[in-house]
Write a protein that binds this ligand. Structure first.
Ligand code: GTP
Ligand code: MG
Length: 216
């Protein structure tokens, strides 16, 4: 029997081309949102990038769009503190979320963005898919499970994107994959395929572009 939650197969050439074409179009920073009332009109396909602080959300958006400085990436965990909306062509929003699970900031501040993050993930009607990033070196942690359960409850389909694959030896990848598969089997909102990426080396980027472009 095939394992549940396989790594996504390489897309066919037409899907790869669709991804390339979509992401060759204009991308722009639209706005940083600090309250639900500030969300832009829900008038296009929206995908967001969620994950623990420092997992590589902003770097992934930069890799997808091919624009290094578009989303602010940093060695300082907790860099992204607003919900940042980027427009892709005139059809898509890419949404860079503040990280969760970050303890080293004033409690009141952290609580404010965590509350907003949860409101957004469970209350955004046009959110088509949440990509939940998991560091390939660490696997799924309790704080990730909490977010995955929130997405289950809100019936938002989420897809796991493993990040920083370049930091993990081929021989160590199976252990993380097994841990992730086991955790996902308890989450009904999990999309059945996992994407493995490296924003640094470019692995999985064309695949992720094609997933976003063919979501329809
Ligand atoms: P917050 O906004 O603080 O929640 O972080 P984030 O999830 O947006 O992470 P960010 O993109 O800022 O990346 C954090 C650190 O990880 C940076 O130093 C990146 O250069 C590094 N990083 C991100 N992706 C990769 C990757 O694929 N490989 C390697 N080696 N490093 C990466
Ligand atoms: Mg960030």
């Amino acid at each position: 029997m095939e394992l549940p939650f396989p790594l996504v197969a390489d897309p066919d050439p037409a899907s790869i081309e669709a991804g390339r074409l979509l992401f060759a179009q204009q991308t722009d920073f639209l706005k940083g949102v600090v309250a639900m009332s500030g969300l832009p009109p829900a008038d296009r396909i929206e995908v967001c990038f969620a994950g623990r602080s420092n997992v590589g959300k902003s770097s992934l958006i930069n890799a997808l769009t091919g624009r290094k400085g578009l989303a602010r990436a940093s060695n300082t965990p907790g860099r992204t503190q607003e919900i940042n909306f980027f427009t892709l062509a005139d059809s898509h929003y890419l949404v860079d979320l503040p990280g969760y699970g970050y303890a080293n900031a004033p409690v009141a501040v952290v609580e404010k963005w965590q509350r907003l993050l949860k409101q957004y993930l469970s209350g955004r009607q046009t959110l088509r898919r949440a990509f939940v990033l998991i560091d390939m070196r660490h696997g799924i942690k309790p704080v990730d499970n909490e977010i995955l359960s929130l997405l289950d409850g809100a019936a938002v389909t989420f897809q796991v994107v493993l990040t920083k694959a370049d930091k993990v030896k081929q021989s160590d990848r199976e252990a993380t994959l097994a841990q992730v598969r086991k955790a996902l089997s308890t989450h009904p909102a999990a999309f059945p395929e996992i994407v493995m990426t490296s924003s640094e080396k470019g692995d999985g980027i064309a695949t992720l572009r094609s997933i976003i472009a063919t979501m329809g």
